[in-house]
Structure formats: structure tokens, C-alpha cells
Design a protein around this ligand. Structure first.
Ligand SMILES: [Zn+2]
Ligand SMILES: [Zn+2]
Length: 254
């Protein structure tokens, strides 16, 4: 582990309440050269990891493996939900009209590996399962339910922050995470597997983007990326978070 990575981890840990992680990554003793990695990524690493990647909280562990950002999350939300189950400290009763599904929130060990410097690619379909991760560690899903059918019926099972757990008890958001956008409609939501950032429904000037492409994204300078970057915006109708990956996606396990 490089000093820079230790500092990075320390700053993230200091900024967030730590949720106990069980864990055991298998990559710790790889033979990659930390010196070379640090050298080749010095500038983007410093700016990016202290930028959007410093905003992950709720125990999300962010580290660098060469030019890949590794995000580890338990996927347990930092807000109340009926899906914690009665008797749990995080439990709250369902809101009016909510149809609670039979699944319950359970701690996961999800590892997302995304490119530090996203590369453009032909747009590609997002898979079922996690397509990215929000700043509070909750994974992001696409606009489909199992079988790639529309979410028409599942929407009724969302809690008041728009999340629900899968049959494997993986809590996730398909649509605008209202817990996060309560802080502002321009907020940084998280990253997708292609390493590109997702923002709330508005741009920083308070406008609703009118020129989004089929993936829900567009390119311009933001305060996080003064040089400009492609980024996604959440929209109120399908595909909600992203219609496709604009960049080449990384991987997710767990
Ligand atoms: Zn779902
Ligand atoms: Zn924008």
C-alpha cells in the first residue's frame, strides 16, 4: 500500500462513520509496482480521489489498484427503511401505499472496480444487478426488474427514499435516491461501472439538462471537473439513472 493510498483511506475513514467490514480482499499481495502506479497517476489520482471519490461515506472503502478505483461496500443504507425489518434500529413503518416486498436489507460484500480515467466506448447495455454505487454505498440498478421487464409493479415496493432489496437482500436504487437528492438536486450521486459520475436531476446552475443523450448523459465542465467530463443526470422517467454505459464498464463482484 502506498503512502498516498493510506492517506486517502485515512481521510475517507475520518470523514465517515465506519461500518464494520468483514472482508478479505485477495489482491493485497499482488506484484504491481506501487511506485509506478503512483507515478503514472499522480495528477488525476490526486484530483479525482480527493474530488468525487472523497465524497463516499457510510463505510465505503475507496482505494486505487493501478489505474482502477476499487470501491467496497456493505450496501447497507444510512437511512431508515421498512426493509430493515421490525425491531431493527433502522426500521420505520412503510409509508402509505407502499407494498413491502418479502426481502430484507442484509450486509453485503460488494466490490466494484471502475476505471480511474474513463475511456469513451460504444454505448453498451447496462446489466441487471449493480451498475454503479451511490455515495452512501447503496448500489444502483438499471431501469429493469428481473427478466428485463419495466419496473411498473416494483415501484410500489420502493421505500420513501426509493430503494428496496432484491431477493438476495441487496438493497438498491433504480430511480432518484431521494435521501441523497434531499441535499440538493445537483448533488453528486455516485459513479457507474464505467467510472463516469452521476449527478442529480439538475445542473449546477439549477437548470434541467435538455440535451441528454440516450445514456442520460452529456459533457460539460463542472466544479468537480473544470476540464469537462461526460456525466449522467437522473431523470424522472425510464431509464432514470442511465440508459446505457457511455464508457467501457469495469466489473462488479459480490
Ligand atoms: Zn429492484
Ligand atoms: Zn450536466
Amino acid at each position: 500500500m502506498t503512502l498516498a493510498r493510506l492517506v486517502q483511506l485515512a481521510s475517507i475513514v475520518a470523514a465517515a462513520p465506519v461500518v464494520a467490514m468483514c472482508g478479505g480482499g485477495s489482491t493485497a499481495s499482488s506484484v504491481t509496482s506501487p511506485t509506478a502506479a503512483a507515478t503514472t497517476t499522480t495528477t488525476p489520482t490526486a484530483s479525482t480521489l480527493t474530488g468525487i471519490y472523497a465524497r463516499f461515506t457510510n463505510g465505503v472503502q475507496v482505494s486505487l489498484d493501478g489505474t482502477t478505483v476499487v470501491l467496497r461496500t456493505t450496501d447497507v443504507p444510512d437511512h431508515m427503511s421498512p426493509y430493515f425489518g421490525a425491531g431493527n434500529a433502522g426500521y420505520e413503518p412503510p409509508q402509505a401505499g407502499m407494498q413491502v416486498n418479502p426481502n430484507r436489507i442484509a450486509s453485503q460484500n460488494i466490490v466494484l472496480r471502475v476505471p480511474l480515467s474513463p475511456t469513451a466506448a460504444s454505448p453498451s447495455d447496462t446489466p441487471l444487478g449493480p451498475i454503479g454505487v451511490a455515495t452512501n454505498g447503496v448500489v444502483l440498478f438499471n431501469q429493469y426488474a428481473a427478466g428485463r421487464v419495466p419496473l411498473t409493479n416494483e415501484i410500489f415496493s420502493f421505500d420513501r427514499f426509493n430503494g428496496h432489496p432484491s431477493p438476495s437482500n441487496q438493497y438498491h436504487y433504480h430511480v432518484e435516491p431521494l435521501w441523497l437528492t434531499a441535499k440538493g438536486k445537483t448533488v453528486f450521486i455516485g459513479v457507474l461501472l464505467d467510472g463516469l459520475p452521476v449527478y442529480g436531476p439538475q445542473d449546477e446552475d439549477g437548470s434541467t439538462p435538455a440535451n441528454l443523450d440516450g445514456c442520460n448523459g452529456h459533457t460539460h465542465a463542472t466544479s468537480d471537473f473544470p476540464q469537462g467530463t461526460y456525466h449522467y443526470h437522473i431523470v424522472p422517467a425510464p431509464p432514470y439513472i442511465a440508459g446505457c454505459f457511455h464508457g467501457a464498464p469495469g466489473t462488479v463482484a459480490g
